[in-house]
Design a protein around this ligand. Structure first.
Ligand code: NDP
Length: 246
């Protein structure tokens, strides 16, 4: 079993969905998790981890605010003196056809899904370089690979994450820091729960595995990339999509 004992992992968007499942699994494998979301939204994740005997603490962050990101990382370093793993998971969708998309919906999606990964990565990279060890895992999407009508902003942000990750992977590989991407398909979380039952069934029909993915399906992939077993994998895009896009 993958062992993350002694590792300190920041997970953004840890209040629910994929981020929560990632935080819970990393902690179950022994990591000290810094569970980050807005306000005290990730408090119940921290409680769940602690009541299962794991280690976690709460961090408040708005990932679209550079000062807030810097404070979150500084706080984590102060408490734990190291950061081994950063999971850039926080994300939003503001879907609309291009013709009708508001500038604000473009800007907000880019800020949350792409610029935040730049800021969080920049905030942790010095500490990782100093220790000559680190794992950055960026949560992209199948939509960043395939495109999807009504999601030009979301697809651009998620495709951007892939390019960002490959470029950074090259910059920091010699310091024993890996940068990888997990690209989930259609996962059953708040983000997709608004889809009608019919839409969910239509989507599922396009997925060879025949079902929506779970947050835990994605967490397993993130956990692997965070582990020592994945130390020779960098700049990789790991699809967790039930075969939806190959
Ligand atoms: P949810 O909507 O369930 O959760 C989103 C998370 O992001 C919440 O924890 C939320 O925290 C956090 N977040 C959003 N905006 C901010 C912000 N400004 N500052 C801090 N935290 C923020 O989404 P999912 O779990 O479904 O998605 C997680 C990631 O996976 C996203 O990047 C998404 O794009 C990606 N993804 C999801 C897929 C799916 O089908 N569900 C498919 C492919 C990719 P708060 O409590 O503060 O709102």
């Amino acid at each position: 079993m993958l062992d993350l004992s002694g590792k300190v992992a920041i997970v953004t968007g840890a209040s629910r969905g994929i981020g929560r499942a990632v935080a819970v699994l990393l902690a179950a494998r022994g990591a000290q998790v810094v569970a980050a979301a807005r306000g005290d939204h990730a408090a119940s994740t921290v409680e769940a981890i602690q009541s299962a005997g794991g280690h976690a603490d709460l961090a408040q962050v708005d990932v679209t605010d550079g000062a807030s990101v810097a404070a979150m990382v500084a706080g984590a370093l102060e408490r734990h003196d190291r950061i081994d793993v950063l999971v850039n998971n926080a994300g939003i969708a503001r879907d609309q056809l291009l013709m009708r998309m508001k500038q604000e919906d473009w800007d907000q999606v880019m800020a949350t899904n792409l610029t935040a990964a730049f800021q969080c990565s920049q905030a942790v990279i010095k500490a990782m370089m100093k220790r000559r060890a680190g794992r950055i895992i960026n949560v992209s999407s199948v939509v960043g690979q395939s495109g999807n009508a009504g999601q030009t902003n979301y697809a651009a942000s998620k495709a951007g994450l892939i390019g960002f990750s490959k470029a950074l992977a090259r910059e920091v590989a010699s310091r024993n820091i890996t940068v990888n991407v997990v690209a989930p398909g259609l996962i059953d979380t708040d983000m997709t729960r608004d889809l009608t039952a019919k839409a969910q069934n239509d989507w599922a029909a396009q997925i060879p595995v025949g079902r929506l993915g779970s947050a835990e399906d994605v967490a397993g992939a993130v956990c692997f990339l965070a582990s020592d077993e994945a130390s020779y994998i960098t700049g990789h895009v790991l699809a967790v999509n039930g075969g939806m896009y190959m």
